[in-house]
Design a protein around this ligand. Structure first.
Ligand SMILES: Nc1nc2c(ncn2[C@@H]2O[C@H](COP(=O)(O)OP(=O)(O)OP(=O)(O)O)[C@@H](O)[C@H]2O)c(=O)[nH]1
Length: 295
């Protein structure tokens, strides 16, 4: 996990230290480091910003040895994550009933599995969740959620194939209200994120379901595509928070930072495997410990 970005940081920190922080040589090295970050899925704008801040810190002698460089990198990266408003869906759900989440994301990113994992987390915390199959475009999507429901023992509200997804969401919420469900987790279609019909469909679901949160699911392994999807969905329908999947198999490491930088929304959880328990809260300090070399 995050092996490649960690290697890039280690290489840069070691080289910078061996140059004894000679200003001229360091400037070239910072430029090289910037592209190393970009090749590890750090969006160009943020890589450039980090590089510019680093040059300034060197000029001002804030960064003058290995220790101050490590400290600088840690604080700078952390500041991007700290500048976004955190969201705690479990706390929010304890205040509102039923608490409604609409999940967004393109096909294949692990959205359906993530909904099941999230439902399992809610159940473990004592909530009564309902999963809703509102992707009526692909028959397989409904079936997939039904299977997750069977395996996890969490009920699934199914709509008919081809039915209006917004009306399914509406019926599901009424059903949740009358049956005493605490949390409603709505799956949506994810065909081609550039499809304008999809955007209209999502907008309608959101208008009808009035979700408390819209959570985007992206696959870390898709790198720049994940960042583009975040920008696209945020512009199209507004994203409140992001879950990044397949982090267990992800080595580049730049996706979380790039997403937070690009849409200024928090990463709330990460998928770390295929099992239902493999969804963890995203913790910035743990993330920094994994991507930055230890002393
Ligand atoms: N290693 C790993 N695999 C994951 C993770 N999350 C999901 N997957 C796998 O990714 C594959 C796709 O997941 P789905 O949930 O079917 O994806 P989806 O976005 O619903 O895709 P569509 O059904 O095509 O819309 C499945 O094999 C999942 O088990 C994760 O965090 N780590």
């Amino acid at each position: 996990m995050f092996r490649r970005i960690k290697k890039a940081f280690s290489k840069f920190i070691d080289k910078a230290s061996s140059l004894l922080f000679s200003r001229e040589q360091l400037l070239d090295l910072i430029d090289e480091f910037k592209f190393e970050l970009v090749s590890n899925d750090v969006a160009y704008d943020v890589a450039e910003e980090i590089a510019a801040k680093l040059v300034e810190a060197v000029e001002n002698k804030i960064v003058k040895d290995k220790e101050t460089l490590m400290d600088f990198l840690k604080k700078t990266i952390k500041s991007y994550f700290d500048s976004v408003e955190p969201i705690n869906i479990f706390y929010e759900a304890s205040k509102t009933k039923p608490y409604i989440i609409v999940f967004l994301g393109v096909n294949g990113v692990g959205k359906t599995t993530t909904i099941a994992k999230t439902a399992v987390l809610f159940k473990e915390k004592g909530f009564k969740p309902l999963m809703v199959a509102a992707d009526t475009f692909r028959a397989g999507a409904q079936e997939q959620l039904r299977v997750h429901g069977e395996r996890t023992g969490i009920p699934v509200f199914m709509g008919k194939y081809g039915a209006d997804p917004a009306s399914i969401a509406f019926d599901a919420i009424r059903h949740a209200e009358t049956r005493g469900y605490d949390v409603v987790l709505i799956d949506t279609a994810g065909r081609m994120h550039t499809d304008s019909n999809l955007v209209d469909e999502l907008r309608k679901i959101i208008r009808v379901a009035k979700p408390h949160r819209k959570i985007l699911v992206v696959d870390a392994l898709t790198g720049n595509d994940a960042i583009e999807q975040a920008v696209f969905f945020d512009k199209a329908v507004g994203v409140d928070a992001v879950i990044v999947t397949k982090v267990d198999a992800y080595e580049q490491g730049g996706v979380p930072l790039s997403i937070v930088y690009s849409i200024r929304k928090p990463i709330i959880m990460i998928g770390v495997g295929q099992g239902y328990k493999d969804l963890k809260p995203f913790n910035i300090d743990e993330f920094l410990d994994k991507i930055l070399p230890i002393k």
